[in-house]
Design a protein around this ligand. Structure first.
Ligand SMILES: Nc1ncnc2c1ncn2[C@@H]1O[C@H](COP(=O)(O)OP(=O)(O)OP(=O)(O)O)[C@@H](O)[C@H]1O
Length: 577
């Protein structure tokens, strides 16, 4: 499954909304740029007058006055332009910061199932490549576009006021300019979209190789992974070449119009002046104006190109917002802490149920062990009981309210899933702990660490709780990382814990130590343990046997052994091992 990409209408609606919500800022910026553009018109206009006045005979004093006025206009333009640019930049930063925050909120609220199915590569590409493309467009593109449009409109208007007859020649390159830009803009979005997609693919492959580096090493997959990256690189190269070819038509085409326009004005204006129809001053001014148009027209084309590239990125970013939520908080409050599963079904792929209608009532405070053969659906059931995914059929409720109807923070205070995967985030130890409770003071953090027997090693670190950990920081052992995760659970304080392979990968010495830490966390809570060692089942209050997506036996260890079913067989064979 791929993450969605917004269509042109949705992207435009989003952009229009953005413009509307910043209407006032944009108006002020546009007004300042209009002022600067007006000041920019003064120079060529005065030059035209100067030519006519000199030809007609004038005084040195008059020339000096005109030059003085031109100098003041240039100075005024520089000042206004600086203010306008400062405001534009500040505006760009504000809009971009808001967009980035909104995007981050969207990404962190994505349903886990969507992230798992879509893979991380695409999401990483959207948060990096696409966001930086947008950043450029919002920071510089939008203000530059405003400047370009305002300057072009005012300059053309000034030419027409000065001499419509001479000015017609400046449009000689317009059909070519329009044709080339149109040709380009029609092809650009699709080409840039496929370019972005190839980068997402490359990102995915590289991320996967890095994340799975141990497997790559163990199975000697290096050459194969390299081959795959090479293939992705070749695709990205081909996509880059396609967009480059588009630009090799656009840029020379636009350049040609820039040469054509002033030459045409000069020839046509010269002819008219020789006939005495217009003055030399008017021709000079229009030629100057035409030259002056080159910069803004280039900017317009350049930023239209950049903006069409970033429109693709924007569509990919807005696309993330289109992922439907897998849960909606209904506002209902659970009447009790009882977790009940009724007729629970789940399919990772449509039509392929791995759970076929599971019923289970968790008794408050009990220890329930789930056992069964590999692939029977134990982990899937654990994820349902922890509200990680909404079931595709049936329901899991707490106090009568479906788990997926609870806001996430409330859900996590009710049920939490503990796996062997414990990511240590970049930041301090305290930051890592406060993920569970942002408001917790240092004393609470220390209590939580003490509860899981981790305070000693934390205190032995040079900076204690303020020690930087995660990638680039102090390296924690797997057992320490797991204790950190357990301390987070103490802070989170959920009523129900679902343990899935929580200690299975650790070496036995660490596991024993961790089991003590774990015991401290489990005290007073309802615990569902997906059991890989049967002694966990032996010590539990009840055991549920899952086979082929169904609970086939449920009862205490002794009851199930007496009943002589699958569990009894498992227990016997385990004892003989
Ligand atoms: N992310 C997934 N996408 C598709 N199928 C999956 C996914 N996770 C699990 N399955 C499939 O669902 C079925 C149940 O898997 P599950 O992991 O729940 O079983 P399990 O009893 O916990 O197995 P084990 O003891 O080996 O962990 C298996 O057939 C498995 O291949």
């Amino acid at each position: 499954m791929k993450l969605p990409i917004a269509d042109a209408r949705t992207t435009w609606r989003y952009t229009a909304g953005l413009i509307r919500s910043h209407r006032r800022d944009l108006t002020v910026i546009a007004a300042l740029h209009v002022l600067a553009a007006f000041a920019g018109l003064v120079g060529p206009w005065l030059l035209g007058r100067l030519v006519d006045d000199v030809r007609d005979g004038t005084t040195a004093g008059h020339v000096r006055d005109l030059v003085l006025v031109a100098a003041v206009a240039i100075l005024a333009r520089a000042v206004v332009q600086k203010v306008a640019q400062q405001r534009s930049m500040a505006f760009g930063e504000t809009v971009f910061a808001a967009m980035r925050e909104e995007f981050l909120d969207t990404v962190t609220a994505l349903p886990l199932s969507t992230v798992e199915r879509a893979g991380t590569g695409d999401l990483v590409a959207r948060t990096t490549n696409d966001v930086s493309k947008i950043q450029n467009a919002v920071r510089f593109g939008v203000p530059q576009l405003v400047v370009a449009v305002v300057t072009i409109v005012l300059t053309v208007a000034a030419c027409l006021v000065l001499s419509p007859l001479v000015s017609v020649a400046m449009f000689v390159g317009l059909p070519l300019l329009l044709a080339v830009t149109r040709w380009y803009l029609r092809r650009a979005p699709a080409a840039y979209q496929s370019e972005s997609a190839t980068y997402a693919q490359l990102n995915g492959t590289v991320t996967e190789s890095v994340e799975g580096v141990r497997t790559v090493d163990a199975l000697d997959l290096g050459a194969r992974r390299d081959g795959r990256s090479d293939g992705d690189l070749a695709d990205a190269y081909a996509a880059e070449m396609r967009t480059l070819r588009l630009r090799t038509v656009l840029f020379p085409g636009v350049d040609l119009t820039f040469v054509l326009a002033p030459v045409a004005v000069l020839v046509w204006g010269g002819f008219l002046a020789s006939q005495g129809t217009v003055t030399m001053g008017a021709v000079t001014a229009v030629v100057m104006f035409t030259f002056q148009l080159t910069g803004p027209v280039w900017n317009l084309v350049y930023w239209l190109d950049e903006i069409s590239v970033s429109a693709v990125s924007l569509a990919r970013i807005i696309g993330v917002r289109l992922v439907p939520p897998d849960r909606t908080a209904s506002g209902a409050a659970p009447a009790s802490g009882d977790v009940v599963a009724r007729g629970v079904r789940y399919a990772y792929r449509e039509g392929h149920d791995v759970l076929h209608g599971v019923d289970l009532d968790l008794r408050p405070g009990e220890r329930l062990a789930i056992v069964g053969p590999s692939g029977a659906g134990k982990s899937t059931l654990g994820r349902m009981l922890a509200g990680i995914h909404p079931p595709t059929g049936g329901s899991v409720t707490v106090g009568g309210v479906p788990l997926v109807d609870l806001p996430l923070d409330e859900l996590r205070r009710r049920v939490a899933l503990v796996t062997q995967e414990h990511h240590v985030f970049v930041g301090t130890l305290a930051d890592n702990l406060r993920l569970a409770d942002v408001a917790a003071g240092d004393e609470r953090l220390r209590e939580a660490l003490a509860a899981v027997d981790a305070l000693d090693w934390v205190d032995a670190l040079p900076d204690g709780l303020a020690t930087e950990v995660g990638s680039g920081g102090a390296v924690l052992t797997p057992a320490q990382a797991q204790q950190l995760a357990l301390a987070r659970l103490v802070l989170l304080d959920p009523d129900v814990l679902v343990l899935d392979e929580a200690t299975s990968l650790l070496d036995p010495r660490a596991a024993r130590h961790l089991e003590r830490s774990l015991a401290a966390v489990l005290r007073g809570r309802t615990v569902v343990a997906i059991a890989h060692r049967l002694h966990t089942a032996h010590d539990a209050d009840r055991v549920a046997v899952v086979e082929d997506g169904r609970i086939t036996e449920l009862g205490s260890h002794d009851e199930l052994v007496t009943a002589g079913g699958s569990y009894a067989a498992l227990w016997r064979s385990w004892q003989h091992e």
